[in-house]
Design a protein around this ligand. Structure first.
Ligand code: 13P
Length: 249
């Protein structure tokens, strides 16, 4: 059985007071132990989150990392530094990194390897643009992104990766993929993984991301190949995010 995972990607949002609010909410209210939850704030809030989340079930994640361990990379952060702050997850290849900062499949893979090398769980983000969907290329694009990384990993590494399917046209638009659209692509990702190893494919945690909210979460999470969510906007509202986590438990 796969444990549901809900990840809140704050992107370049949030504040010290939101961190404290999350700490209070998740220590006061009881969340089912059947769900794992990770909060992914911007780098400057990681230390405050580490402290505020001490008495909560919340794990910590980061939004990206540099492939190098240290060195002359002004403005960058390494995986080792993230682990020192108790981060256990890291996003790699978010579509905003691919689009706005030009990250190629190769660069995404380097980050994924760097994450694995320090014991962080990489959440590999993939997804097609609206243009690609309309051209009937969804599966080609998604499996290219997944395949570039997965085919280069050994079985032991492959088993540690979480994959998030985030159709670019559904991110921040309020236009969620239908449960059927999401399920179709995510079943395709699992089938691809099964070509390497059927047991690993069964164990692979697959998240859906793109305008997931309190209203649509349960229906999306009920799909057989959707094991959790990567939540953007709705993860900035403490009560909404808590409710989404509950609907996964
Ligand atoms: P929204 O939930 O705001 O659409 O963002 C999704 C996302 O990109 C999470 O990584």
């Amino acid at each position: 059985m796969r444990t549901p995972l809900i990840a809140g990607n704050w992107k370049m949002n949030g504040s010290m007071s939101l961190i404290e609010d999350f700490g209070r909410k998740f220590s006061d209210a009881t969340l089912s132990e059947a769900v794992k939850v990770v909060v992914i704030p911007p780098f400057p809030y990681l230390e405050a989150a580490r402290q505020a989340f001490r008495d909560t079930p919340l794990a910590l994640g980061a939004q990206t990392l540099n492939p190098a361990d240290s060195g002359a990379h002004t403005g960058e952060v390494s995986g080792r530094m993230l682990t020192e702050l108790n981060a256990t997850y890291v996003l790699v290849g978010h579509s905003e990194r691919r689009e706005l900062y030009g990250e190629s499949d190769e660069q995404v893979f380097d980050r994924l390897l760097a994450a694995l090398s320090v014991g962080l769980v990489p959440i590999l983000c993939v997804g097609e643009s609206l243009e690609e969907r309309d051209a009937g290329r969804t599966m080609d694009v998604v499996l290219r992104q997944v395949g570039y990384a997965m085919a280069r990993l050994d079985p032991e590494q492959r088993q540690k990766v979480v994959i998030a399917y985030e159709p670019v046209w559904a991110i921040g638009t309020g236009r969620t993929a239908t449960p059927e659209q999401a399920q179709e692509v995510m079943a395709g990702i699992r089938a691809y993984q099964a070509e390497f190893n059927t047991t690993l494919a069964e164990q692979l945690t697959l998240l859906y991301g793109g305008s997931m909210n309190v209203k649509n979460a349960a229906e999306l999470l009920a799909q057989p190949d959707i094991d959790g969510g990567l939540v953007g906007g709705a993860s900035l509202k403490t009560d909404d995010f808590f409710a989404i986590c509950q609907s996964a438990g």
